[in-house]
Design a protein around this ligand. Structure first.
Ligand code: NAP
Length: 273
């Protein structure tokens, strides 16, 4: 019998996870039900054609206690939503940025196992990354359940502290946005050389996609792959000189540190942003 999952919140991250789960090759064996709890039915509508997906506006309408309850709502909504889940004694997973495990403990039943996770949206196409954090008391069965849930959706791993998960937030959690930004910049550069918007975007996407897959399949480091295509005094070398002048390494480090700092701030923030 597959898992039944209550899925609280179906925005960018919630719908990415749901899409990822529903499209796994063995989804029907692994998942029996997805009960999406969200304020607006219309946002869940595209998923409702799968007979395993149901929508409800509040947890009182759940037909039974789910095997797992996953929260994908904004961090500032949690304090208002969590008290409605105190009666459920089941495995909880939270994907909100910043809030430490202790934050959730204050709202939920002490016998409920809690897992904090940091996913990213490419999990929807099974090429994502997700990190998990729990207390040492999480049973091996529940640990296995969490791992099974995300098997086949990308790179998954456990971390040892809230601080480490905040660092993951700044890396793979926010990381797809950094890559989208670079794709935008590359496409903009192609447009500046006179290519159409469509061709520019295709050139940018195919270059990033091809280079990432090539790096993944190669047994060489990205640095070595870069050096191989950068002949001294050649065209690529001229471009790399410009990127080095802009100190891309330093810029990326600063960007990741800024996101990490912001994750720490979110731990204490209640306001609507
Ligand atoms: N987006 C990412 O790439 C990403 C990556 C890693 C982690 N996260 C984390 O994922 C969480 C969700 O982010 P998001 O980007 O998906 O935000 P989002 O697009 O704004 O989605 C949040 C969803 O929560 C719903 N919601 C609001 N009140 C609710 C309630 N009382 N019960 C159930 N659902 C409720 C909203 O519904 P309505 O819109 O209908 O009001 C909305 O669909 C955040 O905590 C974020 O830190 C996001």
């Amino acid at each position: 019998m597959g898992l039944s999952i209550a899925h609280v919140g179906c925005g960018a991250m919630g719908s990415a996870l749901l899409k990822g789960w529903l499209t796994l090759p063995d989804t029907k064996e692994r998942f029996a039900n997805f009960w999406v709890i969200a304020p607006h039915r219309e946002k869940v509508e595209p998923f409702l054609k799968d007979h395993r997906v149901g929508w409800m506006s509040s947890p009182e309408h759940l037909p039974q206690t789910p095997d797992l309850i996953l929260f994908a709502v904004k961090p500032y909504h949690l304090a208002e939503i969590l008290p409605h889940y105190k009666a459920f004694e089941t495995l909880f997973i939270f994907v909100a940025s910043g809030k430490p495990l202790s934050f959730y403990e204050a709202y939920l039943s002490p016998s409920s196992p809690l897992v904090r996770a940091m996913p990213n949206t490419p999990l929807s196409i099974h090429q994502g990354a997700i990190a998990f954090l729990s207390k040492a008391s999480l049973s091996p069965q529940n640990k296995q359940r969490v791992e099974n849930c995300f098997r086949g959706m990308g790179f998954s791993f456990w971390v040892n502290s809230d601080d480490e998960l905040d660092k993951v937030t700044a890396l793979t959690g926010s990381g797809p946005a950094y890559v989208f930004y670079m794709i935008e910049a590359f496409a903009q550069a192609a447009k500046a050389l006179g290519f159409s918007k469509e061709t520019s975007l295709q050139m940018a996407i195919s270059t990033f996609e091809g280079a990432s897959t090539y790096a993944e399949q190669s047994n060489q480091s990205p640095e070595s792959l870069r050096t191989q295509v950068t002949s001294p005094q050649g065209t690529t070398a001229e471009a790399i000189k410009v990127l080095e002048r802009g100190d891309l390494y330093h810029l990326m480090e600063e960007a990741v540190k800024a996101a990490y700092k912001r994750a720490k701030e979110l731990a204490h923030e209640e306001k609507n942003i």
